[in-house]
Design a protein around this ligand. Structure first.
Ligand code: CA
Length: 361
């Protein structure tokens, strides 16, 4: 009561001074005690990914009763889409939103916390993060950078990509020019694919003009707006990103300096926004796929032939073992994910998989 009363007096005093200075009552009430900045990898108004960040920031403001506010800077503002980890590390931004596998060039062990080719699907991976030791391993990796890392929203299983020509066997991969980033790109280059990474804004033209023969992006949730279905007839099912989890980053010093209740609010808001993005991605993919398949009925869904999948699996495993021999933490996380996947997949097999394989009409 006394607290509320004194707050009222303070507010009234602030309001009066602002009114005298030509301000308004509204701006006095909105003044937060903690004002943070977040840098995201995505452009302004980027759907789904950007919305997860907006949701998180809105929840923090609401749950803290306006005590804390987070300003979001898109890549258009900070101009460093792949510099988010460095900027949060340096304290230039208190928070970031990106994807852990973008930092593999700086720290190879960050690779594991987005998704891995032939790895876990989203429910399995969430189980691993929150109950199977994943958060602890992620903490071990990110503590070295003075940064806290949290799941930041899942795209669900990504599609294998848009192809101009059908892939009937391993020979069709030789010399194929494809945009596919990350670890999956390394796997495909072992099979003769010429792997390139092209900025999002130039992808459509590159595929249309034949600069590349194929590309992967996300799935119908985000592919629809890119328009690839208008120029490529084959849409392959996924293998390379079965559960792409984005990432919230928080500077550790700044986080530790916050009062406990605001730490709890931020962590709750991030977790809620992340899971909400998974539901949203699933929904948007369903709606957008219906749209694409109705408007472009000639699009053919394909799965890579067995010999191609087997070769990808073999190269993937070889690369993981090679990298494990060079880095003890890499080996530890690789083994941990492998062991967990084996266990959790047995359950998936007799639950979701058993249900789906006999119930899709
Ligand atoms: Ca992708």
């Amino acid at each position: 009561m006394i607290k509320r009363f004194s707050r009222l007096i303070v507010c009234t005093m602030v309001a009066c001074s602002l009114l005298l200075a030509g301000g308004t009552l509204q701006s006095a009430e909105a003044a937060p005690k903690y004002s943070w900045k977040l840098a995201m990898t995505w452009p302004t108004n980027f759907p789904i990914f950007g919305d997860a960040v907006k949701n998180m920031a809105a929840m923090v403001k609401e749950m803290s009763g306006g005590e804390m506010e987070i300003r979001i800077d898109s890549k258009n503002k900070h101009k460093a889409p792949f510099g988010v980890l460095d900027m949060v590390k340096a304290g230039q931004y208190e928070m970031g939103h990106s994807a852990s596998y973008y930092w593999k060039g700086k720290d190879i062990n960050t690779l594991f916390f987005t998704t891995m080719p032939f790895g876990m699907i989203a429910p399995e991976q969430y189980a691993w993060f929150y109950y199977g030791g994943g958060m602890e391993l992620m903490k071990k990796v990110y503590d070295r950078h003075g940064v806290n890392s949290y799941p930041g929203g899942n795209t669900g299983n990504q599609m294998g990509g848009w192809f101009q020509k059908e892939i009937k066997g391993l020979d069709d991969l030789k010399g194929l020019k494809m945009r596919i980033p990350g670890f999956a790109g390394e796997v495909l280059s072992k099979l003769g694919v010429v792997v390139t990474n092209i900025p999002a804004g130039e992808l459509y033209t590159a595929l249309d003009r034949g600069t590349i023969d194929a590309l992967e992006w996300v799935g119908p949730s985000l592919d629809l707006n890119m328009g690839f279905h208008k120029i490529a007839p084959f849409y392959y099912t996924g293998w390379h990103e079965p559960a792409t989890e984005l990432q919230f980053l928080v500077n550790q010093k700044k986080f530790n300096a916050l009062p406990k209740h605001l730490q709890a609010i931020i962590e709750t808001a991030m977790k809620y926004a992340a899971y909400d993005m998974y539901a949203r991605s699933y929904h948007d993919s369903a709606v957008n796929w219906e749209k694409i398949s109705k408007e472009y009925p000639n699009i053919k869904i394909r799965t890579f032939p067995k010999e191609v999948i087997a070769a990808m699996k073999k190269e993937n495993k070889k690369l993981l073992i090679e990298k494990s021999a060079k880095d003890a933490t890499f080996k530890e996380i690789y083994e941990a994910q492998k062991t967990y996947l084996k266990k959790v997949r047995k359950w998936t097999e007799i639950s979701d998989y058993a249900y789906l394989k006999d119930n899709i009409d």
